[in-house]
Design a protein around this ligand. Sequence first.
Ligand code: TRP
Length: 356
Amino acid sequence: MTTIPERVFSGVQPTGNLHLGNYLGAIKKFVALQESHDCIYCVVDLHAITVWQDPAELQQNIREVTAAFIASGIDPTKHIVFNQSQVSEHAELAWVFNCVARMGWLSRMTQFKEKAGKDREKASVGLFSYPTLMASDILTYRATHVPVGEDQKQHLELTRDIAQKFNNDYSDRIAQLDLGVPMQVGDEHVNGYFPLTEPIIGGPAARVMSLRDGTKKMSKSDPSDLSRIVMTDDADTIAKKFKKAKTDPDALPSEIEGLKDRPEADNLVGLYAALSDTDKASVLGEFGGAQFGTFKPALADLAVDRIGPIANEMRRLMDDHTHIDAILADGSEQARAIARKTLADTKEIVGFIGAR
Ligand code: TRP
């Protein structure tokens, strides 16, 4: 609980192969939140280079994510859309947070363990400190809500831990400078500078799974192209991928309980629900008893219907570099205006000289 005005922030990495999981788990929610909140949506290019990115592909991918935002319905005239590297305050605040966060906290991050693999000595230092930069993205704007996929929950907890430790370590100084905002931490009412940000997670497609293995997340980096629907797939490719999607031999159940221990069936039903803006129960109400031979083509048609127009618009936008780059430049300028103030406050709180 905080009395800081509500603000939404989220980020998507420009690492290629933007897929249905990114769309349903994140971007579609970003679009909906525009109605109720001030939103800031960021293409997190600084995060992308925590693992190697070819420079030309990186540029292409930054434009692709931006195009996906706009084509999906994010309105850059009402909300802020920009790329992280144009607002250097993110990296600056991340440095302060590197000095707030503890090695032990970061060592427990499951995403780091997964991405670093067995040979941790070879992982970049950036990959290790990735979550402090993410905390900085969010807290540069003192955002209160962050729509993300399930897998980012732990990073949001760490963001709260960093905010809380900062507020606590510098509480006297924050009070002295009169920069505190009342907020509730547990049962306690305290004054802090950074809010304790809440994740927004959920919906039928909070976790979109691989089409080849219902126990694994749909991923940009899965070696099998058949495992994911990418945003720019054409209708035939989408149909083919759903046709080849792994399933079990049984018909669809009529009740949600019947999806238990059937990860592939559960995933496809969740996808149908998310794409048609309903829930799994109503999808099963319609398709209970149907075989996958019937359900898969219906799902493919629905996906083509929902994704096709977005993909067309994405292609059109991506061909127009001047337009896309201007959106990012403009958004970055707006973001910077907010970020500057937070950085100046933070430097003052920490005890640097010359910040304001
Ligand atoms: N780590 C996020 C992901 O991989 C991307 C991200 C970076 C992000 N900074 C963020 C998401 C800030 C939300 C808020 O999906």
